[in-house]
Design a protein around this ligand. Structure first.
Ligand SMILES: *[C@@H]1O[C@H](CO)[C@@H](O)[C@H](O)[C@H]1NC(C)=O
Ligand SMILES: *[C@@H]1O[C@H](CO)[C@@H](O)[C@H](O)[C@H]1NC(C)=O
Ligand SMILES: *[C@@H]1O[C@H](CO)[C@@H](O)[C@H](O)[C@H]1NC(C)=O
Ligand SMILES: *[C@@H]1O[C@H](CO)[C@@H](O)[C@H](O)[C@H]1NC(C)=O
Length: 469
């Protein structure tokens, strides 16, 4: 399609099918009429302040979802000198999904017209936040505005998937729609070839919390129960949990300034859970939510992180690398690890290694904790095996009495290191008494920072990677 042709002209009369309300606080809003500019002054719109426009998604019941006003309240309370406007396109959103989809470009045009009549400073001062279909609407609004009118930022909160997945960039939210576009994907779980949230990257930075597929605390197994209890609304409740998580993650970034969630660029989630992606060089990591570092990139970057199941969602990410030199048998051990840092300790963490450990392999995995341990000082490690392996060993021991001595299975470890994603510090661990790195089954062994890895030498200024701009 010819984009140029679509660029809106202020002079053209335009009757908006959408309603725009300036949020004043509490329950109070004031309707903005783009054709009657005096409503701006009477509503208290302050054109020297930034403008944020929140746009809702598809509506099953024709009611404005409660998160919209909550988001407006949080934005207003945290940013103070800001105009917060809510797009109400419920009349068009409350239709069969394909019809609602057909209206998205029109609603985008309504927003573009509003912006032109408000004559706000677009690039620095304008931020559109859209949820589900509202994300694509925000994208369409941006596609009508070019050059000096280009929108500063668009945030897509779990942009809708059906009828948008795989479409060309002009048919959905895309990085061209604003100077900077970010998206949070929270419900891309596919069923019958469809996913509620779009899977593909649509922004400069695309965040996939917990893989983007589904979210902790949202119980998928309850879906059938919910349907039998509440009918189609039960389905809605279940779907909404993961879909709407994108909204709550964004709010979290405003509500918990000291707990900004960090995400890391990775090829996919299975690589991420192996812990190999906790790297921040060359803008490979960024902050999820409002305080994102706005770096324009040529290509979309996919970022991954783990979160808690409730607010504050932040988790701290640690990559463990353990080298296994040799062991008595090929085994599938469970490792029991606890970490102690200057600020706190982790408690016992159980890691089951499903791939059998062969000689001379280095294993890498990701551990997440909901507290900051500070600088890592000590690591305690032991290992166990399943009952089946125990039986094998017990039998072997009774057959061969090794020189009359009982011999327990041993494991010889090589290098052990832990990298903290949030600080980018890597710590190597050595056995405490320099008594070698072998561990018998069920033996607790303590490791400390290796000599050459003392904190004093290693301590960088903890330039926290959280950037607030
Ligand atoms: C607009 O907001 C600014 C602060 O950003 C304030 O100084 C100014 O007085 C406000 N104007 C009106 C008309 O309220
Ligand atoms: C493991 O390697 C160490 C040193 O390379 C060696 O002394 C030890 O016998 C080996 N153990 C087993 C069970 O192979
Ligand atoms: C360690 O973490 C726990 C929560 O798991 C918290 O209650 C405690 O205050 C923390 N200790 C320190 C020293 O910060
Ligand atoms: C372990 O691997 C390293 C590098 O891959 C190699 O240099 C070393 O000889 C290997 N050791 C054993 C015992 O296979």
């Amino acid at each position: 399609p010819d984009i140029q042709k679509d660029v809106v002209r202020l002079k053209e009369p335009h009757v908006s099918g959408s309603v725009f309300r300036l949020f004043l606080g509490g329950e109070d809003t004031c309707m903005l009429d783009p054709l009657q500019l005096h409503t701006l002054t009477s509503c208290g719109f302050n054109s020297s302040n930034p403008l944020i426009i929140i746009t809702h998604g598809w509506s099953v019941d024709g009611m404005l979802e409660s998160w919209v006003v909550r988001m407006a309240t949080i934005l207003k309370r945290n940013l103070v000198d800001v105009n917060v406007v809510m797009t109400d396109w419920l009349r068009l959103a409350h239709q069969h999904y394909p019809l609602a989809v057909q209206s998205t470009r029109t609603v985008g045009k309504d927003i573009a017209h509003l912006l032109q009549s408000l004559q706000v400073r677009f690039t620095n001062q304008l931020h559109l936040i859209g949820y589900s279909l509202g994300a694509h609407i925000s994208g369409f609004a941006g596609s009508f505005l070019r050059g000096a009118e280009k929108i500063g930022r668009i945030t897509g909160l779990d942009p809708a998937g059906p009828l948008f997945e795989g479409m060309s960039p002009t048919e959905r939210l895309s990085p061209d729609d604003a100077e900077f576009v970010d998206a949070i994907h929270t419900f891309t779980h596919e069923r019958l070839g469809l996913s509620v949230g779009i899977k593909q990257a649509v922004a400069h930075y695309d965040f996939y919390p917990n893989g983007g597929d589904f979210q902790p605390g949202c119980n998928f197994h309850n879906i059938y129960e919910h349907i039998s209890d509440y009918g189609i609304l039960g389905f809605e409740q279940t779907v909404k949990c993961a879909h709407e998580r994108s909204v709550h993650l964004f709010m979290d970034s405003l509500l918990n300034e000291d707990k900004q969630s960090m995400a890391y660029r990775c090829s996919d989630n299975s690589a991420f859970v192996r812990g190999i992606c906790l790297d921040c060089r060359k803008n490979r990591c960024n902050t999820l939510g409002y305080n994102i570092k706005k770096v324009r990139t040529a290509r979309s970057k996919k970022l991954y992180l783990k979160t808690r199941s409730r607010m504050p969602y932040k988790l701290y990410h640690y990559q463990f690398r353990i080298q296994f030199v040799n062991q008595t048998e090929e085994i599938k051990p469970t490792l029991i690890i606890s970490l102690q840092g200057t600020e706190n300790e982790s408690g016992e963490l159980f890691i089951t290694i499903d791939e059998g450990i062969r000689e001379n392999t280095t294993l890498s995995f990701l551990i997440t904790l909901d507290k900051d341990l500070g600088e890592l000082m000590m690591l305690k490690l032991s290992w166990e095996v399943s009952d089946m392996w125990k039986n094998v060993w017990t039998r072997m021991q009774s057959i061969f009495l090794w020189g009359g001595q009982e011999s327990k299975p041993q494991m010889m470890l090589g290098k052990i290191s832990v990298k903290a994603g949030e600080t980018q510090d890597r710590t190597s661990f050595c056995s405490m008494n320099n008594d070698g790195q072998q561990i018998e089954v069920a033996q607790d062994k303590v490791f400390v920072r290796c000599k050459e890895d003392e904190p004093a030498r290693h301590r960088r200024k903890h330039s926290r990677l959280v950037q607030i701009n």
